[in-house]
Design a protein around this ligand. Structure first.
Ligand SMILES: Nc1nc2[nH]c(O)nc2c(=O)[nH]1
Length: 399
């Protein structure tokens, strides 16, 4: 039985704060920019409309549940996991220590902050890189960059767990963001361990590679509407697991220089741990090598490989290309396509075009452009739906 909390308990936890100007970091925009699929609006039940009630977001990152909000220039967070909740309980001498059936609802009213938690947040949002500095670099190379993407210029690139990004982006093929979110949530519900329940809602970890490699997984995912992606997820998990079931595998060579990687401190020496450590290890190598390795797994084509490289493997010059990015290339940068459809050749040409234009952090610039184009497409779709409705109503009135 996992820990059960009431929403009141969570709402009463004190916030920890990090100071960031809005230009450096737009939280809502970043969480909705299609890089991670596990963030939901969290309602704190408050009825007042002061700045204290800025939108809150809840999501699972690794083994924790995070609640985030941004008030003016301050990024605030609460991190919930077995460890810190047990600490609050011990510090406050509560008798209902976790794992029983009654939800914890007393108010610990303690800041959930410590430097290791701050560093998790800094790591996830690449906070050691200044976005305002990057804006300067992009503008030196592409002078109208900021005016081309005014509404999305404060999107931050996320630095996520590679196992999660790999399997989430296999779901992203020929898919829209809402449906990817539903699939990822479904995969976590079916195969991920529960971290905590809040008012009866369970929050699950992302599934381990071995849980996705079980033979029943393909059928279960198919039943849940994953289509051809079900086979890819199951086969990629099986392949990864097979490659790392013994700890003397040559593929693990690139992890020898991975000792300083803060992210893998908690990874054990199980086969799952070795798969994860292997993927984290790709952060230390070259972009071309990481991409070539990823392309060997079922369901991973150039776009998915580039997303994994960019959002989890520190390959910040990777520029994923899809229909949105192609539109940016053609409509905003006058890029001339040779073929109507996106071939491997045109994919590479567009990707290389943006890499030479935007430079070392071209992938971050891509995320800003991608998010701008997403918003534009959403608005276009909504406004064209609205125009259609107006036209239909006019016709009805005429009749
Ligand atoms: N920043 C980006 N986010 C994405 N989500 C998704 O499905 N594709 C992309 C992408 O190319 N860039």
């Amino acid at each position: 039985m996992k820990m059960k909390l009431t929403k009141k308990y969570v709402d009463d936890l004190a916030w920890s704060s990090l100071i960031y100007p809005k230009d450096e970091f737009d939280l809502a925009l970043t969480l909705r920019s299609g890089q991670s699929f596990r963030w939901l609006k969290y309602d704190d039940g408050s009825t007042t409309t002061t700045t204290d009630t800025a939108d809150q977001w809840i999501g699972v990152v690794e083994n924790d549940v995070w609640i985030l909000r941004q008030n003016r220039g301050v990024l605030q967070y609460k991190i919930i996991n077995d460890n810190n909740i047990n600490n609050y309980i011990i510090n406050n001498k509560f008798d209902n220590i976790s794992n029983n059936d009654s939800p914890i609802h007393k108010n610990p009213n303690m800041a959930s902050s410590d430097s290791s938690q701050d560093s998790k947040i800094r790591n996830y949002f690449h906070l050691d890189l200044s976005l305002l500095e990057l804006h300067k670099q992009f503008t030196e190379k592409d002078k109208d960059f900021l005016t081309r993407f005014p509404s999305s210029k404060s999107v931050r690139l996320l630095r996520q767990n590679p196992v999660e990004v790999l399997f989430s982006f296999i779901c992203s093929t020929n898919n829209n963001i809402r449906r990817i979110c539903n699939m990822v949530e479904c995969m976590c519900r079916l195969f991920g361990a529960v971290i905590v329940q809040i008012d009866g809602k369970a929050y699950h970890k992302f599934p381990t590679v071995s849980s996705l490699a079980e033979t029943s997984v393909e059928a279960e995912l198919k039943k849940s509407g994953f289509g051809y992606r079900a086979k890819f997820i199951n086969e990629t998990a099986k392949k990864l697991l097979k490659e790392h079931e013994n700890n003397n595998n040559n593929n693990d060579d690139n992890n020898n220089n991975n000792i300083n990687n803060v992210d893998d401190n908690n990874i054990d020496d199980s086969a799952d741990g070795r798969c994860e450590r292997y993927l984290f290890g790709l952060r230390n190598g070259k972009y071309d090598d990481a991409k070539k390795i990823l392309l060997q797994y079922p369901g991973i084509g150039p776009k998915v490989a580039d997303c994994i490289c960019l959002m989890s493997l520190d390959q910040l010059n990777a520029v994923p290309v899809d229909t949105h990015v192609r539109q940016v290339a053609e409509k905003i940068y006058n890029f001339k396509m040779e073929a109507k459809s996106l071939t491997t050749n045109s994919y590479d040409k567009i990707s290389t075009f943006f890499q030479s234009l935007w430079g070392r952090y071209a992938g971050w610039a891509q995320s800003i452009a991608f998010s701008g184009q997403l918003n534009l497409d959403a608005n276009t779709t909504t406004s064209s739906v609205a125009l259609l409705k107006v036209a239909r109503n006019k016709r009805k009135r005429k009749k």
